[in-house]
Ligand binder design. Structure first.
Ligand code: ZN
Length: 243
């Protein structure tokens, strides 16, 4: 077992409140390419034309071409890294996950405390009356789908580029970050605001930062860097913690 993994395992075991912050990199092994990568969703659909609420209101049928592809990731399955993270919660080591992913894979992998910073494809809401329905209610509906209550437009509960992060997600993230003494950053470059502040916030309150990325980039913010593949390293980490 290599040293950084031992060190990370020690930090997690010693912590009173360890939390994780995850991004696209944890889902690539489940067959969902990073939306921002080559071949990812935003390389085929211009975010300005397809990824804003104003574009959606102006031309819902067009934006639903992108959304239909986006919600197709609901068939993806969690990988063994997701399962290992859920095990860490079960062991009461990980107190929760803040994710930028909308794919529900942490929950499918067994994690219970998950804050979805950018929303989720699990449900849709009507833009006019606010009526909410589950993804399965789309079956048999024409695209773009209409609200059963008022006939207006349904939109998946994901955060578009020109929309605010839901206040419930902000509140729940604050709650998780408060007093966190260890932050496991996984599969994210932490470049997107306001989530990019999480590592420095935890460090400012005296916490330790563990970075697990294929291409680490937190630099000196990270106390331990685990460079490599998500599922492989999470499983090594779990094994080391179980020793
Ligand atoms: Zn409605």
């Amino acid at each position: 077992m290599n040293e950084p993994i031992k060190e990370a395992a020690q930090l997690l075991k010693k912590s009173r409140k360890a939390i994780a912050f995850t991004g696209a990199g944890v889902s690539t092994e489940s067959g969902i390419p990073d939306f921002r990568s080559k071949g990812g969703l935003w390389s085929r659909f211009d975010p300005m034309e397809y990824g804003t609420i104003s574009a959606f209101r102006a031309n819902p049928a067009k934006v639903w071409q992108m959304l239909a592809e986006l919600i197709s990731i609901s068939s993806a399955r969690p990988n063994s890294g997701h399962l290992a993270m859920a095990k860490l919660e079960e062991k009461k080591i990980l107190k929760g996950i803040i994710t930028q992913n909308i794919d529900m894979l942490h929950q499918k992998g067994g994690s219970n405390k998950v804050v979805e910073f950018h929303g989720s494809i699990a449900s849709l809401s009507c833009l006019d009356c606010g009526n909410q329905c589950s993804l399965s209610a789309l079956q048999g509906k024409a695209i773009p789908p209409a609200c059963d209550h008022c006939g207006s437009l349904l939109k998946p509960d994901v955060v578009f580029f020109d929309e605010q992060i839901p206040s419930s997600a902000i509140d729940q993230s604050r709650e998780l970050l408060r007093g966190a003494d260890c932050l496991l950053v996984v599969g994210t470059s932490c470049r997107v605001m306001p989530a990019s502040f999480f590592p420095s916030q935890v460090q400012a309150q005296g916490g330790k930062i563990i970075e697990l990325n294929l291409q680490p980039n937190l630099g000196r913010l990270a106390n331990v860097v685990l460079k490599g593949n998500f599922s492989q390293i999470m499983n090594q980490l779990l094994k080391e913690i179980e020793l």
